[in-house]
Design a protein around this ligand. Structure first.
Ligand code: ATP
Length: 234
């Protein structure tokens, strides 16, 4: 089989003296939606940050499209086609929706143009001139996802996109992720919302104490709950 889009092996990461990841291994194939599940502090966010080159020190291997990126800085990792949408979303309050959309630099060809993005996100089009401060949490999350579709990134890493959102908005985010997948994007998702993860993902990795401790396909997930209960606390 062809090499996966992203192949992480033996990934170690530190914040200062604090050794947080202990040999994480995950694979994400082109067009998949894959989640990292696990309790608070398991190392999910740090895994995304380490892939993106945003931790103090990292070791191991992060291969993207066959290219080794473990020694690369975050700007080169972004140019390779990986984007991180952090939990805090990073919407600029003083800029309107269109300005926020146009802010991240285009790193590769093949991204969506503004018109296509507004077709995919009609709610954002209606709010095109609204400042970031006037957007609801759900609209901010949509905007945070929408603007990385423009950049040409192939792998979108989303950190808890449903955090703090009402159920109806969570469903909208789910539809958006499925539409993104249908357009050929690949998604690596950190989730605490187990039910949501089940509605969008092809496969799941379970993390604990800075390691991957289990992996299941979405079909296997419901039947594996007894085994996963201790890790997930659900
Ligand atoms: P959460 O949902 O709570 O963010 P998580 O699984 O994403 O959980 P991480 O945020 O990756 O977990 O945290 C993993 C470990 O790293 C935790 O023990 C946390 O306290 C520690 N940690 C996270 N950020 C830092 C930091 N900036 N400096 C030092 N330690 C950190």
């Amino acid at each position: 089989m062809a090499e996966p889009l992203l192949k992480v092996e033996g990934l170690e990461a530190w914040y200062g003296e604090s050794h947080v990841l202990h040999g994480v291994g995950i694979e994400v194939r082109q067009g998949e939606v894959v989640t990292l599940l696990g309790r608070n502090g398991a190392g999910k966010t740090t895994t995304l940050r380490a892939i993106m080159g945003l931790v103090g020190k990292r070791q191991g291997s992060v291969r993207f499209e066959g290219q080794e990126l473990i020694g690369a800085r975050s700007d080169r990792i972004a140019r390779a086609g990986i984007a991180l949408c952090p939990e805090e979303r990073g919407i600029f309050a003083s800029l309107d929706v269109t300005e926020n959309l146009l802010l991240p630099p285009v790193v590769r060809a093949g991204g969506m143009d503004l018109e296509a993005i507004y077709t995919l996100f009609p709610n954002l089009k209606e709010r095109a001139r609204s400042p970031g401060t006037k957007l609801s949490g759900g609209e901010q999350q949509m905007l945070a996802i929408a603007r990385i579709l423009r950049t040409g990134a192939r792998l979108l890493m989303l950190d808890e996109p449903t955090e703090g959102l009402a159920p109806v908005i969570v469903q909208q985010i789910g539809r958006t992720i499925r539409e993104i997948k249908a357009r050929g994007f690949t998604v690596l998702l950190v989730e605490q919302n187990f039910r949501f993860a089940q509605t969008v993902a092809d496969r799941h990795y379970v993390m604990e104490h800075g390691q991957v401790v289990d992996a299941v396909s979405n079909e296997e997930l419901a039947g594996s709950m007894d085994r996963l209960h201790a890790y997930l606390g659900v």
